[in-house]
Structures are given as C-alpha cells and as structure tokens.
Ligand binder design. Structure first.
Ligand code: DGJ
Length: 735
C-alpha cells in the first residue's frame, strides 16, 4: 500500500495526498504551522510557495526575535492562538486564572497512523478497514499553560476529502477555560474565491447564496443551539468561473448538530483566512488539569470538476462512511404520514381508513405523526409524556400497530424526545427537567420548552419512556422531531463557571440518546426532523439515514430547497412527500404528476388524506408508487448530477446514473409556461459516451455522447405552469 502522508524533514513539510488531492503545510520559524496548499494532486513539493520575506508594517514579529520579515500575522495559518502577534480571528482562545486569553502555540512533533480514530462522544466519518485512510496527528504546545493541541488530519485513499479535528489536553497545573476551539483553520493566498452558503428559514431551508468576498470578516453561523434552518453548517469556496460541471470547488462541512461558526476573513493582503468550528458565542469549556476536549470534525472536500464533483464526494462519504444505519443503502419505504391529512384531529378508525387505502395503492409504511401520546389534541400539552393517548387508541398502540402490520405495511411513529410541555406529567413530577435560568421565566416557542438534555437523569427518563414503547417490537421507524430552538440556556447541575458549556453539553446529550437508541434498536429506521429541515447536518446523518427536508412540500418551492440540500447531502437522505394542492404552506396549485416527480428526487412519500382523493388521483398514486418501486434503487442511490440549478431560472433538471453507467433517470421541470416559448435543451451527464441508450418511454435510441453533448429539447407541451417530465434511459446492450 502506498503511503498517503509524508513528512519532508529537510523542508519541514507535511504532504497528505491520494490519487487526486494534495494537502500541504509546513513548520516555520518559532514552531509556526503554515498552510501551503489544498487542491489537485501534485507528485511532490519543491518550495514554490515559500512565503516571501517582507517587512510588512504593523504586522509584528515573533516574541524575542527581531526578524522583521517573519510575522504570524501575514503567514498563511494552519491553527492560530489568541494573543499571538496575529490580528486575524484565532482558532483558539483560552481564558486563564490570571485573566489572560493568550496562548502561543508551537510545533512539538507528529505521528502518522493507519486508519482513523473514533472521536469520543461525537459522530464522525469512519473507516471500515485501516488501509483505507491514514491519520496524521500534529502536536502543538503552549508552554505556559501546558495545553497540548493535537491536530488530527485524516486522508482517505479513494476519497477527495480531508477530515480535521482537534483534541486539547490540559497537561498544566491550573484549570483553564477554552473560549474557542476551532476544528480547522486554513489560509488561502492569491486566490480570488466566492462563497456559496446555505441560509434559509423554516419552510424555506437551504437556499444557496453565492457571494463575492470583500475585505472584512464574513461569518456564517448558527446561535440557535442546533445546526438550524437559518444557516446550514457548510460553505463552499469556488472560483468565480466554477459551475455545476467545471472549475475548482472546496467544500467545508462540520459534522455537528449544534451552534457552528464558519468564518471567512479576507484580510488587508487579500489573503483568505478560514476558521470553522463550534460557535464561540456563549461557549466556554472548563478544562481541569488532566482533562481533554475533543472538537467536532470538519470535512474538507476538493473538486476539480465543479459543484457536482464536490457534491458527489460528500454524498458517497456520507453514505458509505458517515451513516451507520443498516438501512443506509436499503430501498427506502414509500410512506404515508398522517400529519397533513389529520393534524391532531384523528381517531384510530380514521387512521385505519388511511392505512386501508395505502395498502390498496401499494404504499409500504404508515407513519403516525404528532398527537398519539399524553392527552395531546393540540400543541399546548403532553410533550415528555410518551404514553399512548387512550382516547385515540382505546386498545393501546400495539393494537393499532398490529392492524397496520396486518395490512402488510410497516409502522412508523413520531417522537419529539427533547421537549417538555408545562401541561405534562413529566413537568408536574420533574419541573427541574425544563431548561431555564434560575429566577427567570423561560420563553415558549410553539408553546413548548426544552429538556435539560445535558443531564443524564433527564436523558435516562426519556430513554426509559421510549423503550417502553419500542420494546414491544412493533415499531419499524421513528421520526425524531424538534420544533423549537434553544433559549434560556442554563444547566442546573453545573456550577457558575461551567454555564458556558451548556450548548455543547446539550448536543453531547443528544448524541448520547441517539447512541443508545441505535445500539438498542438497530432494526428501526430513523428519520430526523426539526420543524422540517432544521437539523439537516452530517452529525445527524451518523444516526439518521433520512431527514425530512422541509415542512414546505410545495413542489416548486422544493426545487430550490432540494437543490441546496443536494449540494452536500445524498438524495436518499432527503425525504420528500407529495401533498395536497393548493399547497397548505404557500397556496400554490401544481399538477399532481409534478408533485410526484419532484418528490421522487428524494425518498418518496405521501402527506395527504388518501381517503379524500378522487378515483383519478388514486389511480395516479397507484401508478406513481408502482413506477417508483422500479426505479428507486437508481433514484435513491445513483450518482446524482444537477443538470440545471433552479436559481433565477425557469428550469430545473437533475439526474441519477447507475454505477455501471447503464441506466439513468432524468427529471426536468419547467416552472412558468409561456405563450411563445423559447426552446430550451437538457444535456445529460455521467453516461458512457460510447454506449447507446434507449429512452424507455419512446423507444428512441441516442448515443451517450449525443445525450451529453447535444442533449434534447425540453417539452413545449402541455402548455401550463409547473410541468415536469421524467425520462428513463437504458443502455441498449443491457436489454
Ligand atoms: C414538524 C414536522 O416537520 C412535521 O412534519 C410534523 O411532524 C409536525 N412537526 C408535528 O408536530
């Protein structure tokens, strides 16, 4: 096996490389690490990026060294400490007993090991055997405090990704407070890049935003305690010319479900200073002598083939080496969820009618959403009381689950385990479980409050309640929801000087609950959800192979949401349902087949009252379900290409291609209809240029090269708004 990581003693340069990528950094004067390069593979490095020695005014020098041409301020960084002669945002800030925040980190050695270590308490990318990756650990030390920073870098042999994280150990004699510990830092010089970020809102998640970076500090972050609808933990840096198919793209994503911070600081020399990690807002972690702290992992992807290349690297990494679930590559069941059909207003008999209809239509799973527990008839009560609501299920939940199974469907159940209602037995028995600041009234959101998940006792209570429901063995799937963000941050078990730990402890508590759940119930398929796609992140992917992408199920709104999501996350992670028209979130009226075509981009489901549908629509659903079963392996797990991004455009198109390039499903959408339409074309990607492919609907055969270079005209009929068309191509020699 060839080496993936080398250290050149003479040049003092680390070189991490595989067939496609190289990552280089050096050790400079004063034990300073300096970033050199991350991009397309180079065979070896001969010093072309040695940082020029210049005396730059107001960028001072190393302590005790009068060399005016060496400054940590201007040198491209790899991991910097506060208080050094460096005016950029530091990677780490440490408050010490004497009130100082300064550290001076210097290089103190390295180790290279096969494989990739697990990160205690945190989800992270993994390896299945030690040969597939190597991990470099570089040690930085601050002499005065005795803090040791282990910078971990893993490079995979066959994936264009570097995983970075940091472990800080207090080897000193005094306690310190970590006020900031980034997972990674990297400076890029002489590259004029744009940033693509994924901001959004509830029912409007992950709307890609591409911006030029002017001088100054740009921060893309969440302070909501979760990864959030408002800013996904991801940034891509791209050349201004980069598009879906060509150009350089660097994707940075954090494997974390809490407050995050992506800092892009373009400095006075036009150098881009990048720092990614847990948000320093309200973060302060007490590190006693002998203790250590592990940061979440940052994933750094490089693509020389535009955004599609970047996304495909993320997709396969997340599917193959982040998700743990046995369902990660399994055909995802077509489900019907009763939420938009009934909201809280249902009886067992009403649900049985939906189940019966679902069976007729070939649907494979019924998901019982909110309202089955405590005495929950609206969103004012019962969160925290995970016992069945006898009024709705007089013979118990198992009785209903058995009915669903008897009809040949799987049974899924909704939980919102992190929450508590004032009107709940849990609150009446344990008012202290509710997270709140002593002496202050906590803020409600959707009439509900947070549990103090940092406390083991609280987690045990919720887990025990859940096991009582789950041990019955009748549950095939869980939808884990979370319908508010964190406020009133305080943990009653912690002393005053550790209250800065609460946000992160909450996330660690959440991961602990998930760990216990997936360990005990490996046969249950987990779906993540947070008021739609409010916690769509790679940390959650570790536990939940699928996530409800948005409460907005309008097909046209979903085009952008799903495109934004697909920049990082594999399409099988994205659940996507057909709902009624006019849409309940935005009132838009769309054709039924367009709603199905857009939902088939992810894991298809239905979120409507099947019993209220016309016979014509029922026949349509039956056909959609039957057709989807034929193609879902390809749509869910084929290589995903965005052909036309639906941004400022009247069109959208995407496709998935089988690994052997023998089969592809293509979907095109025309948004508005025009009386005198301009003709538009769709060109395919990822096919074998030397093969011929048949369009299975028409029998027409095209060359792969023809489909990719010439393409075909998009339909001009039917003349109506919001039309979609799906194509299925198969290589002719495969018949
Ligand atoms: C928000 C979710 O996104 C919806 O799908 C539904 O489960 C509701 N919560 C239930 O309260």
């Amino acid at each position: 096996m060839s080496k993936l990581i080398e250290f050149d003693e003479k040049q003092q340069v680390f070189h991490l490389h595989n067939q496609n990528i190289s990552y280089l950094f050096s050790v400079e004067k004063g034990g300073t690490l300096s970033h050199l390069y991350f991009g397309k593979r180079v065979r070896s490095y001969h010093g072309g990026l040695t940082y020029p020695k210049l005396d730059r005014g107001f960028s001072g020098n190393l302590p005790g060294d009068l060399d005016r041409t060496f400054s940590r301020d201007t040198l491209p960084k790899e991991y910097s400490g506060a208080g050094e002669m460096d005016f950029h945002s530091p990677a780490t800030i440490v408050r010490q007993a004497n009130g100082s925040n300064a550290v001076f980190l210097h290089y103190a050695g390295y180790e290279i090991a096969p494989g990739k270590p697990k990160l205690p308490g945190l989800p992270a990318a993994y390896v299945e055997n030690a040969d597939e990756a190597e991990t470099l650990t570089v040690k930085l030390i601050d002499d005065l405090t005795g803090l040791e920073y282990d910078l971990l870098y893993t490079i995979y042999r066959d994936r264009d990704v570097i995983a970075r994280s940091v472990k800080v150990a207090n080897k000193g004699k005094e306690s310190v407070h970590l006020e900031k510990v980034a997972s990674m830092q990297m400076d890029l010089v002489g590259q004029d890049l744009e940033a693509i970020t994924l901001p959004g809102a509830h029912v409007n998640e992950r709307h890609p935003q591409r911006s030029r970076l002017v001088q100054g500090r740009h921060v893309f972050e969440s302070r909501r305690g979760t990864s959030s609808h408002q800013m996904n933990p991801f940034v891509a840096l791209v050349d201004p010319k980069t598009d879906e198919f060509a150009g350089d793209a660097w994707g940075l994503a954090l494997v974390y479900s809490g407050n995050h911070e992506f800092e892009l600081e373009k400095d006075q020399l036009n150098q881009l200073h990048i720092t990614v990690g847990i948000n320093e807002y309200n973060f302060s972690w007490k590190l006693n002598p002998g203790d250590s702290f592990q940061t979440p992992e940052a994933l750094l992807v490089y693509s020389a083939s535009g955004l599609n290349g970047m996304s495909q690297t993320f997709h396969s990494l997340i599917l193959d080496r982040v998700m743990r679930s046995k369902f990660k590559k399994a055909p995802r069941p077509i489900l019907v969820n009763n939420w938009e059909a009934t909201y809280f207003d249902f009886t067992e008999d009403k649900l049985k009618e939906i189940v019966d209809e679902a069976k007729e239509l070939g649907i494979e799973m019924f998901v019982l959403d909110d309202g089955w527990f405590g005495h929950r008839d609206d969103d004012y009560s019962s969160l925290g009381d995970w016992q069945v609501f006898a009024k709705k299920f007089p013979q118990g939940l198992k009785h209903f689950a058995d009915y669903v199974h008897g009809q040949g469907l799987k049974f899924g159940l909704w939980f919102e385990p992190e929450m508590i209602s004032y009107d709940s037995d849990l609150y009446r028995t344990h008012p202290d479980y509710l997270m709140q600041v002593p002496g202050r009234k906590p803020s409600p959101a959707r009439n509900q409050y947070l549990l103090d998940l940092g406390r083991k006792e609280v987690r045990d209570n919720i887990f025990d309640q859940m096991t009582k429901i789950l041990d019955g063995g009748s549950i095939d799937y869980i939808k884990w929801d979370m319908n508010r963000h964190l406020s009133d941050i305080y943990e009653s078990d912690l002393p005053a000087d550790q209250q800065g730990e609460v946000y992160h402890r909450y996330v660690l508590g959440l991961y602990d609950l998930f760990e216990r759940l997936v360990d005990r119930y490996p046969d249950i398929l987990l779906e993540g959800c947070s008021g739609g796609g409010g916690r769509f992140d790679i940390g959650m992917a570790y536990y939940c192979p699928q996530i409800w992408a948005s409460d907005n199920s309008d097909a046209i709104a979903r085009l952008v949401i799903q495109y934004g999501t697909s920049l990082v996350y594999p399409q099988s992670m994205m659940t996507s349902h057909v709902s009624v028209s006019p849409n309940e979130q935005n009132g838009r009226i769309t054709p039924f087949d367009t709603r199905a075509a857009v939902a088939m981009c992810g894991d298809l489901g239905y979120e409507l009252d099947l019993t209220k549908m016309s016979d014509e629509d029922k026949a349509a659903v039956k056909k959609q379900v039957a057709d989807y079963k034929q193609i879902r392996e390809l749509t869910q797990y084929g290589k995903f290409y965005t052909l036309k991004a639906p941004l400022d455009s009247n069109e959208a198109a995407w496709m998935t291609v089988s690994d052997d390039r023998n089969e592809a499903i293509v979907t095109t959408v025309e948004i508005m209809s025009y009386a005198q339409p301009y003709l538009t074309k769709t060109k395919l990607a990822g096919l074998d240029p030397d093969k011929d492919y048949e369009d299975l609907a028409t029998g027409q055969v095209y060359g792969g090269d023809e489909l990719m270079n010439l393409g075909f005209y998009d339909p001009t009929q039917p003349r109506k708004d919001f039309t979609a068309k799906m194509y299925h191509f198969k290589a002719v020699d495969q018949h």
